[in-house]
Design a protein around this ligand. Structure first.
Ligand code: NAD
Length: 247
């Protein structure tokens, strides 16, 4: 389905990024991915992509460092070729009451998510414009839709990502580039496992689906958006979320 295509995945070492990199590779794409402070897991992901018979280029890159992100995108293109698909996924979170959030906390979260995704999209967009085709998928969150306590910068950044997705989609679609977002609900990854077991059980108990999603279920949505069956999604925010938010 994606044979001959090059996909750039940020935060591809583990969790949703890893599952999506493997799903894309399984459909024939070569993969460039970055991660942060995750060398052992990244090496395992690289090996898994190679085992699928695909080429891979991986590096430790902080996407909040805009110049480093630009160099990484150029390095992916030098190693593998022009990027056809961007899965803009890298992210982390800080939990604190609003009154205790510092400017550094705000910048730390917003720079990785909103600013990092904005400029990573720009890094691949110019080449996509020249070729007249491409696909950009930004990872937002259901928390950007419904909000939640003690995660104000994260919710603000994720809502911003959905807004950015819609704005860019207007410019990009007439030029052959589809831009969409995925807003996952709670997914069983390190990001969620960092919360206490009690917190996790209470969350599951009030979810209509009664369980957290899997990274593979988000990868399946990414595959839909990136593949030939996703051609009519433009500026959409798809939200596989177990019923946490219905709209
Ligand atoms: P995870 O912690 O399992 O993986 C995060 C990945 O991002 C890792 O590869 C890590 O190395 C990388 N990363 C983190 N900060 C980075 C940085 N500054 N620069 C480069 N790479 C960085 O988390 P996950 O659950 O797979 O999250 C992936 C994305 O999905 C994030 O954007 C997250 O906000 C979003 N999301 C997750 C959930 C969930 O419940 N897990 C729900 C909604 C949205």
């Amino acid at each position: 389905m994606l044979r001959g295509q090059i996909a750039l995945v940020t935060g591809g070492s583990r969790g949703i990024g890893r599952a999506t990199a493997l799903a894309f590779a399984g459909e024939g794409a070569d993969i460039g991915f970055c991660h942060i402070d995750d060398a052992a897991t990244a090496a395992a992901t690289e090996a898994a992509i190679r085992a699928l018979g695909r080429r891979v280029f991986a590096a430790r890159v902080d996407v909040a460092d805009i110049a480093a992100g630009r160099s990484f995108a150029a390095a992916v293109e030098a190693a593998l070729g022009p990027v056809d698909i961007l899965f803009n996924n890298a992210g982390a979170n800080i939990r604190k009451p609003f009154e205790d959030m510092t400017e550094a906390d705000f910048d730390g979260v917003v720079d990785v998510h909103l600013k990092g995704m904005f400029f990573m999209a720009q890094n691949v967009y110019r080449g996509m414009l020249v070729r007249g085709r491409g696909c950009i998928i930004n990872v937002a969150s259901q928390l950007g839709i419904k909000g939640g306590p003690n995660i104000a910068p994260y919710c603000a950044a994720k809502a911003g990502i959905a807004g950015f997705t819609r704005a860019l989609a207007w410019e990009a679609a007439p030029r052959g580039i589809r831009v969409n977002a995925i807003a996952p609900g709670p997914i069983d990854t390190d990001l969620v496992r960092r919360n206490s077991p009690e917190w996790q059980e209470a969350f599951k108990a009030r979810l209509p689906a009664g369980r957290f999603g899997t990274a593979e279920e988000i990868a399946a949505t990414a595959l839909l958006l990136a593949g030939p069956h996703g051609g009519y999604y433009v500026g959409a925010t798809l939200s596989p979320n177990g019923g946490d938010v219905m709209h």
